[in-house]
Design a protein around this ligand. Structure first.
Ligand code: FES
Length: 80
């Protein structure tokens, strides 16, 4: 599974760094390093969304830093 977090300037201001760090920790804590490929990408063209743009394979999401855990459970862990 490929998870990409936007680290463009607009998403950076919305906390993309926190999102990346939280996801890294969740992936590590759940021993999913071999199944989830996490990377950063530049602007996905969805800066107007409320949260940070994140793609899981080809599906796009908008994730606010406070919701990272739910996002991880529902869209990453549950879909593996
Ligand atoms: S900076 Fe993230 S979608 Fe534009």
């Amino acid at each position: 599974m490929k998870v990409k977090v936007c680290i463009g300037s607009s998403c950076h201001l919305k906390g993309s760094r926190n999102v990346v760090e939280s996801l890294q920790n969740l992936i590590k804590d759940n021993n999913l390093k071999d199944s989830v490929d996490l990377s950063g990408v530049f602007c996905m063209g969805r800066c107007k969304e409320n949260g940070v743009s994140v793609s899981v394979d080809d599906k796009l999401f908008s994730v606010v830093p406070d919701d990272v855990e739910d996002f991880f459970e529902n869209e990453i862990k549950a879909k593996l």
